[in-house]
Design a protein around this ligand. Structure first.
Ligand code: F0G
Length: 464
């Protein structure tokens, strides 16, 4: 059979919110043109993130009921610890309430003011947590990562020469972080080849290597599909080789843990783990629960097994690729090749008539919401730009709009609807409304900033 079918059937359903254009217009104005500020009940298809918005399995829901909610040493902790060890091979396992808590704890233990932390491309909370420690996050993507149309198979790779130059420099580097897949570079995978080479370079300079493993299973599947000689291997085996090449990982389990909340740190170094355990009690929680309930640990233990199921991964990656390829075939500029968890529109090519400082990515995201109730995220000037002292920002290298696909939540029909919405918005560039920032916080501004239309395009102007 050629028809692809989802490898599950649906037992619990939830109605999709439906709104009118007028309701969406007033909601967007009320939200200051920031989609993070919209109430979810006014969103029809929510592609803001693939994080935490997962369809849990019957096995996961069943596991919640057997949870042990003891404060210390709960059975749920030991089941969770065994599941993490089975996947990663790391003996030291520390639960946290989500990925950014794992980042904070790890960087508090390792990063001092003035340190440089190189990576392929850090996710925005990773970057912020390094900066909060007085460290400097440094992105060293390969050149192809900055060319949206380039079809290179491993655009998540780190630039190995640049990494070697950094480690040979006088700067203190407490660790290197490889994010698999590279979310900020289009959900693109890191190759096993590059993981092996990075390990070699880190060993030469005695620097620990950590994986930001939020999407480790998708990275493993893309290695299987794209790296020569890997096509017959089980995803669990490839994932294990990835973890074997690093000293530890930080994990947002809200992605490839297939849970609504959760995260962890896992590593080989027992002394480092003990320092983190001692430090976490005052803020995050006791080391056998992190910020989580026993039931969260149970769901995660099952999710970590399910995510490596080849049938699940094959469908997951094919679903995302189906959306990306259909847009590409319709002439819509998207980041190529389609990555693991999201389709990224290339906003500069999509709306070349808009000034990069008038937030073309955000303009497209707002237009998609107004047209069809589809919520996406800008990954460009709004997310990654910084206000300059003279008030004129520098344009960031890439302006993208991310259509992140939650796991086991939407069907192929839902994604057909999204594809139609994107094609419609692409066909009417004059309707895009350039934007400017009215107020913003110092860090992570895209979550809370308020915006307004920059100029009223001629088509919308009221005649004098
Ligand atoms: N690392 C990566 C690569 C991520 O994508 C995220 C979150 C985190 C760390 C932080 O984890 O949310 O559990 O605290 N990414 C989400 C996203 C928010 O929409 O891409 P968290």
């Amino acid at each position: 059979m050629r028809t692809r079918i989802e490898p599950y059937r649906i037992k619990t359903v939830e109605p999709l919110p439906c709104t009118t254009r007028a309701e969406r217009e007033s909601a967007l104005i009320g939200a200051g043109w920031n989609l993070f500020r919209l109430p979810a009940r006014l969103v029809t298809i929510d592609l803001l993130t693939d994080s935490g918005m997962v369809g849990m399995s019957a096995r996961q829901w069943a596991a919640l009921v057997q949870a042990d909610e003891s404060y210390a040493g709960a059975e749920s902790f030991y089941r969770f610890e065994a599941a993490v060890r089975a996947v990663t091979g790391y003996p030291q396992v520390i639960p946290t309430h989500q990925g950014r808590a794992a980042e904070r704890l790890l960087f508090e233990a390792l990063v001092a003011p003035g340190d440089v932390v190189p990576g392929n491309t850090h996710f925005d909370t990773t970057r912020a947590n390094i900066e909060w420690r007085g460290g400097r996050p440094e992105d060293l993507p390969i050149r192809e990562a900055l060319e949206p149309a380039c079809e290179a198979p491993f655009k998540g790779d780190i630039d190995l020469r640049a990494l070697e130059r950094r480690l040979a420099s006088p700067a203190r580097v407490p660790l290197v972080v490889l994010t698999v897949t590279s979310n900020s570079a289009g959900g693109q995978p890191v190759s096993l080849f590059t993981l092996h080479e990075t390990r070699r370079i880190c060993d030469r300079y005695g620097v620990p290597l950590f994986l930001d493993a939020a999407r480790f299973a998708e990275n493993a599947w893309l290695i299987r599909e794209r790296e020569p000689g890997q096509g017959q291997r089980a995803p669990a085996e490839i994932a294990r080789e990835m973890f074997d090449l690093a000293d530890g990982c930080l994990m947002s389990a809200k992605k490839d843990g297939l849970v609504h909340i959760g995260g962890f740190l896992a590593m080989r170094d027992a002394d480092l783990a003990d320092r983190i355990r001692a430090a976490m009690v005052g803020g995050e929680g006791f080391p056998t629960y992190g910020g989580l309930a026993g039931r969260d640990l149970e769901a995660l233990a099952v999710g970590l097994q399910e995510v490596l199921d080849p049938a699940y991964l094959a469908d997951r990656i094919a679903q995302v690729r189906g959306l990306g390829d259909s847009l590409h075939d319709a002439g819509v500029p998207v980041v190529r090749p389609t990555g693991g968890h999201a389709v990224y529109l290339d906003a500069r090519a999509f709306a070349p008539h808009l000034d990069p400082l008038h937030l073309p990515g955000q303009a497209i995201a707002c237009a998609l919401y107004l047209h069809a109730g589809v919520r996406s995220t800008e990954v460009g000037q709004l997310m990654r730009g910084r206000p300059a002292p003279d008030g004129v920002e520098k344009p960031v290298p890439l302006d993208l709009v991310r259509l992140a696909i939650p796991r086991r939540v939407y069907t192929c029909c839902h994604l057909d609807y999204v594809a139609e919405a994107v094609r419609d918005v692409f066909a009417d560039p004059a309707a895009l409304i350039p934007l400017e920032i009215v107020d913003q916080p110092a860090l992570l501004r895209h979550f809370t900033a308020r915006l307004r239309p920059h100029v009223v395009p001629a088509a919308h102007a009221v005649p004098a």
